[in-house]
Design a protein around this ligand. Structure first.
Ligand code: BV8
Length: 234
């Protein structure tokens, strides 16, 4: 029975809820150049384009629901006696809406805004534009989505590193293993002596680093994994 579990999720866990992944053939990066909408340089060059990109994604999330995989992870957190941390690369709010609480959004959240004038973060569920003003300092033209773009430091890395160093079970779900530092977590967990498991539609870029795998749709493989883990005493 594990005493400390770290779960990493990526876009694949939200795919069956109707949210596009990034690198699948029909993924977001197949039609949008990430350098234009997911980098500080892209935002500086054309903030209106970046706001339109995140407004579209924010609107889309309002129309979808968490799926059985999100709910299975919330159940595992509630019922498993082990220390538990869920780290997601996703900026959607489906884990929270499924009931997950011990959660880190390492790439931020698109229903939050960051004011580059005063540094304040605020909840933001509507449209954002250059005309948007900061709820705290009232400055206009300084609001950006509170997400981590390429070349920016992911959030709460110290807390994540400590959890990886102390875990004895690491489970990676719905991520292609392309983006660092998240893609390196499995190796850190192995170095800490953890058992590593990949639950993904297909083998990821990092598949060779996992002890076990169950490949298939998240809504099938994640509940199956959680049922077995809890049946074995968590
Ligand atoms: C950092 C924004 C250092 C939020 C994202 C050169 C210059 C600068 C940096 C670098 C560089 N070279 C390398 C880097 C590092 C870079 C990186 O890794 N680049 C890669 C491309 C090589 N990383 C960074 O820049 C990171 N920061 O390194 O900072 C630093 C140090 C000091 C000081 C300052 C900085 C920041 C990375 C975060 C970038 N932000 N997005 C947003 O808009 O969402 S990345 C983007 O990719 C998303 O966040 C996404 O979460 C993330 C990972 O993608 P996945 O989630 O894995 O999604 P993907 O589509 O790839 O895969 C989906 C998987 O699901 C597939 O395997 C598929 O088979 C599976 N699947 C599909 N359907 C299902 C399914 N599985 C189960 N069931 C299904 N139904």
């Amino acid at each position: 029975m594990p005493s400390s579990i770290v779960i990493l999720t990526g876009a694949g866990i939200s795919a069956e809820s109707g949210i596009s992944t990034f690198r699948d053939p029909d993924g977001i990066w197949a039609t949008v150049d990430y350098r234009e909408v997911a980098t500080p340089e892209g935002f500086a060059a054309n903030p209106a384009k970046v706001h339109a990109f995140y407004n579209w994604r924010r609107r889309n999330v309002l129309t979808v629901e968490p799926n059985a995989a999100h709910r299975a992870l919330a159940r595992l957190e509630r019922e498993c006696p082990a220390t538990f941390l869920l780290v997601t690369q996703n900026v959607d709010s489906l884990h929270e809406r499924a009931g997950s609480q011990k959660l880190i959004h390492m790439h931020g959240q698109h229903d939050q805004a960051l004011c580059t004038a005063c540094g304040m973060r605020s909840a933001w569920n509507g449209e954002m534009s250059l005309a948007s003003t900061c709820p705290s300092c009232a400055a206009a033209g300084h609001m950006r989505p509170d997400v981590v773009w390429f070349g920016e430091m992911p959030y709460q890395m110290d807390r994540i590193q400590r959890a990886l160093a102390g875990c004895d079970l690491f489970v990676s779900i719905g991520t292609s293993g392309n983006v660092y530092p998240a893609a390196g977590f499995v190796r850190q967990a192995r170095q800490a002596g953890a058992r590593t498991v990949e639950l993904n539609l297909e083998p990821s870029e990092g598949a060779r680093h996992f002890d076990d795998a169950d490949h298939g749709p998240a809504t099938q493989v994640v509940p199956r994994f959680v049922d077995r883990l809890l049946a074995a005493g968590g």
